[in-house]
Ligand binder design. Structure first.
Ligand SMILES: Nc1ncnc2c1ncn2[C@@H]1O[C@H](COP(=O)(O)OP(=O)(O)OP(=O)(O)O)[C@@H](O)[C@H]1O
Ligand SMILES: [Mg+2]
Length: 588
């Protein structure tokens, strides 16, 4: 029996139904004669509260709300990758085809193509006992990614019948399963999962592997673990989107879920165009082959924006369950929080800080908690890493979204407007940013890059902190009075800032740098420091050391040494030795 209720009140995206119509909390409903998509968000004896994912203009009291009997869910099957969805997994390309440029309201467009035939290789046999989440088939979803078709996490049983390898749609039966209670169930490629419920896993692993991004300030200075969480807070135009794009393009995640949340429409179009053209450097395939975009631009309904994060998480967890490393970018979580604020205002809830609802913190926490490196139910291992941009007004990090986000993420990549104005990119402030994964990941760097990696990294950080305290003095009395060993610290810190931390996203080689080169660069800088310090202790003044322009030459190594020619670092070592000998000889 389909349950129905009657609308008696409408307030923007919120619709009220008289009395208790028998709906469940979070049940998906269709609203009014236009059949708009909505979700039950409040139940009481007097009324039922529904948030509507589409424009509610035109809806009138007296119209009907119809229950679907199921929570708002994501449809999970091949066809998710390379696709572009709105916040409730409606395909924007498909919708545009049927209804023009804008999403028409109440359209019943399927999330995924139900006609397309997929090459299917069945991996189970008749008579086999399957556990929840078991992989039952493989489908090459894109040239880059093999889709592992799985049993839903809440089903297990005996395979009583199975189809042969061949071409199937996502609705075709692949096998028949006899459940523990004796009943039989047809299994297709498709599963549905409620977006607000984390998909179950067997076990959570502690962070132990970095998500390698090719960005020096991230990988070397403030690394993110696979399955970890990071925030990129920054004022207007400081590089939040650029940083997320760089990670989407270059990181060693298998799958990217990019959630454009409340940002400008043209920015989202740009993402689309750029990602469609980009080639994944690792496979030579288009980047879109391993990417899904969820777009909820600023002109789209706020309730769908609120849902977009959960839709994205659910898609990410689904690919994690196949054994993939997935990275989610959310740009921007502040616009998502503003959607919460608007909905909360409509519900006339008691506002907390800056009008945000009191549950802002718990919602943020629940979002970031869905990250993790997991052992899946089927025994594979996969991860979901979450990277959230935060856009505080005027770059003021003391506002509620930034402050609360900081409580739940373990990497904080703080963008600085002064750095951005002076064109120091990425404008991640090295003194205020941090990664709490450093200790967890140290063994990995020792084993996979070099045992001195973390030590060198810490030495660079120490030099930068020394620079910062020296700058306090310089501001007061100028640099001339500093002793030469301190002048050297300033010079080396500049080499670190300009030669190492600054990284040009538009330079063919510098845009993504392997860890081995990041290490060699640190080694070269520290070798230059060691040799220079020896000269200073012999009484040579800084002015003499600077005559050879050696500091500038080392700064330029990021461009002068191609990623493919690490052997050139030996030349740099010789060049530094030569510099040392020359200075000694000239001043003998
Ligand atoms: N890593 C980088 N390398 C080179 N240029 C960069 C880099 N990061 C940012 N920029 C420059 O800064 C500009 C603004 O960056 P971006 O659009 O990412 O900022 P944003 O913080 O997302 O801004 P908004 O607040 O408008 O969303 C870019 O167009 C680019 O010119
Ligand atoms: Mg941006």
């Amino acid at each position: 029996m389909t349950k129905t209720g009657t609308i008696y009140g409408i307030n923007g995206p919120i619709v009220y139904v008289k009395g208790d119509a028998g709906f469940e909390m979070h049940e998906m409903v269709t609203v009014g004669k236009d059949s708009l998509v909505g979700e039950v968000i409040g139940l009481s004896a007097q009324s039922t509260t529904i948030q509507v994912y589409e424009e509610t203009t035109g809806i009138k009291p007296g119209e009907t709300v119809t229950g679907s009997g199921a929570p708002v869910s994501a449809v999970l099957a091949p066809g998710i990758l390379s696709n572009i969805f709105d916040g409730i997994e409606r395909p924007l390309k498909e919708i545009a085809k049927t209804g023009g440029a804008y999403i028409p309201r109440g359209v019943n467009v399927d999330s995924l193509d139900r006609e397309k035939l997929w090459d299917t290789h069945i991996t189970v046999k008749k008579g086999e006992q399957l556990l929840p989440g078991a992989i039952i088939a493989e489908v090459p979803e894109t040239p880059a990614i093999v889709h592992k078709v799985m049993l839903p996490p809440d089903l297990e049983g005996y395979v009583t019948d199975v189809v042969a390898d061949g071409k199937y749609t996502i609705d075709d039966r692949l096998l028949t399963l006899q459940l523990p209670d004796g009943t039989e169930r047809d299994i297709t490629m498709t599963q549905r999962w409620p977006i607000r419920v984390p998909r179950p896993t067997a076990k959570r692993f502690p962070p132990a592997m970095p998500l390698i991004t090719g960005q020096r300030i991230l990988d070397t200075m403030f690394p993110l673990a696979k399955g970890g969480t990071a925030a990129i807070p920054g004022g207007f135009g400081t590089g939040k989107t650029m940083t997320q794009h760089q990670i989407a393009k270059w990181s060693d995640a298998d799958i990217i879920i990019y959630i454009g949340c409340g940002e400008r429409g043209n920015e989202m179009t740009q993402v689309l165009e750029e990602f469609s053209e980009l080639i994944d450097p690792k496979s030579g395939n288009p980047l879109l082959d391993r990417t899904t975009l969820i777009a909820n631009t600023s002109n789209m309904p706020v309730a769908a924006r609120e849902a977009s994060l959960y839709s994205g998480l659910t898609l990410a967890e689904y690919y994690r369950d196949m054994g993939y490393h997935v990275a989610i970018m959310a740009d921007s979580t502040s616009r998502w929080a503003e959607a919460l604020r608007e909905l909360s205002g409509r519900l006339e809830e008691m506002p907390a800080e800056e009008g945000f609802p009191a549950y802002l913190a718990s919602r943020l926490s629940a979002f970031y908690e869905r990250a993790g490196m997991m052992q899946n139910l089927n025994g594979t291992e996969g991860s979901v890493s979450i990277i959230g941009a935060v856009s505080p007004q005027g770059g003021d990090f003391s506002e509620p979204v930034t402050m609360n986000t900081k409580r739940f993420v373990r990497c904080f990549w703080g963008l600085d407007k002064n750095l951005a104005y002076s064109r120091h990119f990425p404008a991640i402030q090295w003194l205020t940013s941090y990664s709490e994964y450093l200790t967890d990941l140290a063994p990995w760097y020792t084993e996979n890059v070099d045992r001195k990696f973390v030590d060198y990294r810490n030495r660079l950080v120490f030099l930068l902190t020394q620079e910062s305290s020296l700058m306090e003095i310089v501001k007061l009395i100028g640099s001339d009075v500093l002793p030469d060993d301190q002048k050297l610290i300033l010079e080396i810190a500049k080499v670190i800032r300009v030669g190492f931390l600054q990284q040009n996203a538009f330079h063919a080689d510098d845009t993504c740098v392997p860890l081995s080169k990041q290490f060699k660069m640190m080694e070269t800088i520290l070798y230059l420091y060691k040799k220079s310090r020896a000269l200073i202790s012999m009484g040579m003044p800084m002015s003499v050391l600077k005559e050879d322009k050696i500091f500038d030459k080392v700064i330029a190594m990021k461009y002068d040494i191609p990623n493919s020619k690490p052997e050139l670092f030996d030349e740099y070592k010789k060049m530094i030795d030569q510099f040392y000998d020359d200075v000694v000889e000239r001043n003998a």
